[in-house]
Every structure is written in structure tokens, then in C-alpha cells.
Design a protein around this ligand. Sequence first.
Ligand SMILES: NC(=O)c1ccc[n+]([C@@H]2O[C@H](COP(=O)([O-])OP(=O)(O)OC[C@H]3O[C@@H](n4cnc5c(N)ncnc54)[C@H](OP(=O)(O)O)[C@@H]3O)[C@@H](O)[C@H]2O)c1
Length: 231
Amino acid sequence: MSDSNETIAILGGTGDQGLGLALRFCRSGRRVIIGSRKADRALEAAQNVREQVPEADVEGMGNEQATSAAEIVILSVPFEHTASTVKGIKESLRPGQVVVSMTVPLATAVGDGPMRTVGIWQGSAAELVQSLVPKGVDVVSAFQNVSAHRLQHLAEPVECDVVVSGAKGPRQRVMALCPLVPGLRALDGGPLGNARIVEEMTALIIGLNIRHKCPEGLGIRFTGLPESDAS
Ligand SMILES: NC(=O)c1ccc[n+]([C@@H]2O[C@H](COP(=O)([O-])OP(=O)(O)OC[C@H]3O[C@@H](n4cnc5c(N)ncnc54)[C@H](OP(=O)(O)O)[C@@H]3O)[C@@H](O)[C@H]2O)c1
């Protein structure tokens, strides 16, 4: 199911989480396109990646162009800008592409704190995104519980399980991305509806980070997984 030739676009890859994933995927040898509302910002971010990962196969483009040029499109913008970003790239999406939702509907979107989420009519931010993309484009939920700080700290592995949810084929394509980042382990999270639980776990993790004074960000690990399922 996985294809190592698939190009990964990261929209909002100029921000903390997207840049972290770009660094890690480039380091693994994958081709990455950083997308931004402003192509100049994307070019700068790509240059930043090249400075840290000299062998990087990375380019910077506007969000629409980046979407057209990739098979897997990771949305890396804050929840409150997710719907407008998806609407902005709608014309550039085509059947067969996978859109990865890693957004967390933190209550900061409505002026409340980061330790709570807001309710989404569709059930989760990922399902909201699925309702907005054209027919034939699959949304997969992943990476919500992974710390941007740890992604960017290339000297260390990112010890975290990634629960990946969505339709089976697209889900497997995204699960295959996880082991490209040392320390990440993909867990089969079943249907997209489970994204709601995973998104809410991030609000819990943010509270744990604050109470346990862990600005680098905690990771999560599930125990007891059969060896054959550990990737
Ligand atoms: N930070 C973390 O540790 C973490 C962990 C897990 C999940 N996440 C999720 O990952 C996503 C990105 O998080 P982040 O911390 O990287 O966010 P961020 O740095 O605040 O923003 C990411 C990018 O979003 C774009 N953006 C900002 N305002 C926008 C607007 N008004 N309209 C459209 N795009 C806008 C910007 O890109 P351009 O200006 O270049 O377009 C920005 O660089 C979020 O959905 C978050 O929930 C983050």
C-alpha cells in the first residue's frame, strides 16, 4: 500500500509542527513540498530545512501549487483556519489523494484555553475536513499527539505512538509514513470517527505538559502490542 515515491505536501509547513514533520521526512529521504499562503515564506522554510538537512529533497510553494504537486497533503494550520485552507485548495485536489488532518480543535479557537476542545458538528476536525474535500479524496487523521518541539529536535527520536484513522487503503498509506520518523510507531486507529478521541487526547497532553513542567511535550505509548504489529 505504501509508495516511497509519493510526494508529501505540508500546508502551513512554515509553522512549528509542519516544519518538524518536513525536517523528519526529508531526513528519511522523502520528497517534501512546504506550502504556505505566501510562496516566499514557503521558500524560506524550505531553505531552513536544507540548512538542517543538507540532502533534503524539498521545495516551497503556495498552498494550491503544493497540493497539486503531491499525493499526500498534510494540513498543518491551526484548527480555526482549517476550513478556509481546505476551501482554498479544493480546486487543486484530485481523486486518489490523501489529506492528513492533524489539527486539534483546541478551545483557544474560541478564546478559551488549550486544555479543552470545542465540539464539532461532524464529530471531529478530521471529519469536518472530510466533509469539505471533493469526492474521491480521502481524509486520514494522524500526528495530533506528536510534539512539534520533539519533531524539530533532530538529535533525538520522537518517542510517541501515532493513532492513524481513516478508510483502510489511505490509512495504510499514512501509517507507512510514521516509521520514517525515528521513535514514531503507527497504530491502526480504525475508522475516521475515532479521530475525535485522538484529537481530545492532545488537550489532555497539553494539560499534562503544563502540570508536569514538560515544555518539550510528552508522548504517548500503548503497551502490550504484539511484536508483529509494531512498526
Ligand atoms: N505545535 C504542536 O506541538 C502541535 C502538536 C500536534 C498537533 N498540532 C497541530 O498541527 C497544526 C499546526 O500547528 P502549529 O503549532 O504548527 O501551528 P502554527 O505554527 O500556529 O501555524 C501553522 C501555519 O498555519 C498558517 N496560518 C496561520 N494563520 C493562518 C490563517 N489565518 N489562515 C491560514 N493559514 C494560517 C501559517 O502558515 P503560512 O502563513 O505560511 O500560510 C502558519 O505557519 C495545528 O492544527 C495543530 O493543532 C500542533
